[in-house]
Design a protein around this ligand. Structure first.
Ligand code: SF4
Length: 289
């Protein structure tokens, strides 16, 4: 898309928290969602145009997810799309036509998208691009900027440098930890990863930027996590120095992977009990189910 092209909106379609795939015609990298976590409109920035990720979480909602690395991003186009999107949301009719009255606030810009953002070799440049538009619209310090990540690239210095710049602009990291044992992590995220490695990567993130843990809990093959699995998870997240807390959420939308057919939501009562157990360990918990 060239910056001179008009923003084309679906006609008077109201966005709800379940609408996460609504693309603006011609937009490749930037998309709006109504986010229950954010409590308003979140502008997503997608650095994985080929739907590539190094993990394969069973609940993943990326269509046609593939293992691998992202293809290059056209940063000039990304910036033009972000500028057009912010202009339409802040100065245009977007909210009135497409968002329910109680969600009409711009809550954040999220580096998220269809894969792991930090896998992109252009991740640091993309952060700078986002921050430039945040400044252009006078939003620094007034708008949350979030990196949603599986944390797998926190050992890379360019990623950590970018996180420091994100932190200076009031940004946050949301670091995915779904389970606490190597076996359960493999079952849920389909990646070989030890709790020790996760601890190290979280510590690296915390040293650069305020970091929340984000966790998805659900039934898999008809069973909720058992006590041993929950204990391992609670031991892991309860022993992470410096984290802000945990964003605990359930399954709101159908997973897009074949394995997702085995995934079902946990009950709200079960989720609330888990949140209470986490709070009893001194964790700040925000629950979304
Ligand atoms: S880390 Fe995110 S994008 Fe990657 S498979 Fe998991 S949910 Fe999907």
């Amino acid at each position: 898309m060239r910056s001179s092209e008009p923003l084309v909106l679906p006609d008077d379609q109201q966005l709800t928290p379940k609408d996460h795939n609504l693309a603006f015609d011609g937009f490749q990298y930037v998309y709006p969602v109504v986010s229950r976590r954010a409590g308003g409109v979140s502008v997503g920035v997608n650095l994985s145009p080929n739907n590539a990720c190094n993990w394969r979480c069973v609940y993943c909602q990326v269509p046609q997810l593939q293992r691998g690395a992202p293809t290059p991003v056209d940063l000039a186009q990304l910036e033009a799309e972000l500028a057009a999107m912010l202009r339409e949301i802040l100065q245009g009719d977007f909210m009135r036509h497409h968002v329910a009255p109680d969600m009409r606030r711009l809550s954040d810009i999220a580096l998220a998208g269809n894969g792991e953002p930090t896998l992109s070799p252009q991740f640091a440049d993309a952060v700078d691009t986002v921050l430039r538009q945040v400044d252009a619209f006078g939003l620094r310090g007034r708008l949350r900027i979030v990196l949603i990540t599986n944390g797998s690239q926190m050992h890379r210095e360019p990623v950590r440098d970018a996180l420091r710049r994100l932190a200076a602009a009031g940004g946050e990291v949301w670091f995915k930890i779904d389970r606490g044992s190597t076996e359960a992590i493999h079952r849920v995220n389909q990646v070989r990863l030890t709790p020790e490695r996760l601890r190290l990567q979280v510590a690296r993130a915390v040293a650069c930027c305020p970091t929340w843990i984000q966790t998805c809990m659900f039934c898999l093959n008809g069973a909720l996590p058992d006590e041993a699995e929950l204990d391992a998870y609670l031991d892991l997240v309860g022993g992470l120095p410096g984290i802000q807390g945990v964003l605990l959420y359930g399954i709101a939308r159908p997973p897009m992977q074949e394995e997702g057919k085995q995934v079902a939501p946990a009950s709200d009562a079960w989720m609330r009990r888990l949140a209470d157990r986490m709070r009893a360990r001194g964790l700040a918990v925000q629950l979304y189910c």
